[in-house]
Ligand binder design. Structure first.
Ligand SMILES: [Zn+2]
Length: 398
């Protein structure tokens, strides 16, 4: 337990040692690296990726035990036979299996892929005829990056701290049940928005640093900590929205009540006929059922077919059907017009609500307590909860 704590607070010193000559980290630094929790984030799948280093060179390691090989600082990755080829100014180099890339120079020199910049390393795998890119980086760096991507840097520090705890909690939960063999999380809102260090701000780093190691737990385990942009007046228990999972009571949100974010969207009737399997001459007859406390609409039903609103959001596009909190639904000619309020699934912390609470003087613990009644804030200074996780199995960072 003590070792993990030491490793967490020693991230910066480890990084200094790691940033030296490629492959030349000393034995002491390597021993420390073994206890750093690291996350693997799926970035992309595609047939071609340009990757460059902001430093003087780019280093590539073809296997866990191999030495790092130095390459010019800009390469293009492409599938090649069963392996991966690196193309660049020198020509082409082929590798049979997955490869790991990192920037040279100092440890905080990021890798660049497209418009995004990434700390840590990137591992490239073959997946069918495509290449899968996975960013591998220390947990706390990932947390800071997600805070930067999930909340504006100008928001209240206490809200950013609440977000940091949730982002860390979410990641720890995913680490205990990774999404795939080769990655733990995805870089989209299906898990958490993540754009590498592109949107990392000093305030996001500060919020992460002062909550170092803290996460929300129930019976000692990190919860799947959900959050959303705006609840629309009250949050909703996860069980009511998804029908499964650990659930927290819905909480009223005064900010969203006083600043309703209304939206509307129109869909072709044919889309609904397909989803609900209604023949063209059949009556659409859409009905919605609401959850009594939050008045959030949870189900859409027509005839004998019922579809969860969250399923409907996924099918119609969550950026179009912005929430499951519907105010009005009406048929206009060959369209169904939907009006609603809020943004997101409505489960867990309302981000706008959190910022409003912080502006009124609430600390991050109070904010979290409001949206996750019954959970325990653990880790942090005492670190006792972390020992209960199965996340500290010795593992090299990259
Ligand atoms: Zn709210």
């Amino acid at each position: 337990m003590r070792k993990l704590f030491t490793a967490l607070v020693a991230l910066s010193s480890v990084a200094v040692a790691w940033g030296g000559e490629a492959g030349g980290a000393g034995a002491e630094a390597k021993a420390r690296l073994q206890f750093i929790t690291r996350v693997r984030v799926l970035l992309d799948r595609g047939r071609q990726f340009p990757i460059s280093s902001s430093g003087s060179a780019l280093y590539v390691r073809p296997s866990e035990k191999a030495d790092w090989l130095a390459f010019p600082n800009t390469v293009t990755l492409k599938p090649d036979g069963d392996g991966i080829a690196l193309h660049g100014a020198w020509g082409t180099t082929r590798f049979l299996g997955p490869i790991t890339l990192r920037a040279g120079g100092t440890p905080d020199v990021p890798l660049v892929s497209g418009a995004r910049r990434f700390a840590g390393a990137i591992r490239a795998h073959r997946s069918g005829d495509k290449i899968t890119l996975v960013n591998i980086l220390p947990l706390e760096d990932y947390v800071a990056a997600t805070v930067g991507a999930e909340m504006p840097a100008s928001w209240e520090l206490e809200a950013l701290k609440a977000q940091a705890v949730l982002s860390r909690t979410f990641a720890l939960n995913r680490l205990s049940r990774p999404r795939a063999r080769t990655y733990d999380l995805v870089a989209t809102v299906s898990d958490q928005a993540y754009a590498g260090v592109t949107r990392l701000s000093p305030r996001a780093r500060e919020a992460t640093r002062v909550t170092l190691g803290e996460y929300l737990a129930v019976t000692g385990r990190p919860i799947l900590a959900h959050f959303h942009a705006r609840c629309g007046g009250a949050t909703t228990p996860g069980l009511a929205v998804w029908g499964h999972g650990l659930s927290f009571p819905g909480a009223r949100c005064s900010y969203c009540l006083s600043h309703p974010a209304r939206w509307d969207a129109a869909f072709p009737i044919a889309t609904f006929r397909n989803i609900f399997n209604i023949p063209m001459d059949g009556r659409l007859g859409l009905e919605f059922t609401r959850e009594p406390v939050s008045r959030r609409t949870l189900w859409a039903r027509t005839g004998t077919v019922s579809v969860r609103l969250e399923t409907l959001r996924r099918l119609l596009g969550p950026s179009v059907l912005k929430s499951g909190r519907l105010v009005e639904v009406e048929q206009q000619g060959d369209k169904v017009v939907v009006r609603g309020e809020g943004h997101g699934h409505g489960v867990g912390m309302c981000q706008w609500g959190a910022n409003d609470l912080a502006r009124r003087g609430a600390g991050y613990r109070e904010i979290l307590g409001r949206f996750f009644a019954g959970a325990t804030l653990t880790g942090g200074g005492k670190r006792e909860g972390i020992a209960q996780l199965d996340l500290s199995a010795p593992t090299e960072l990259f």
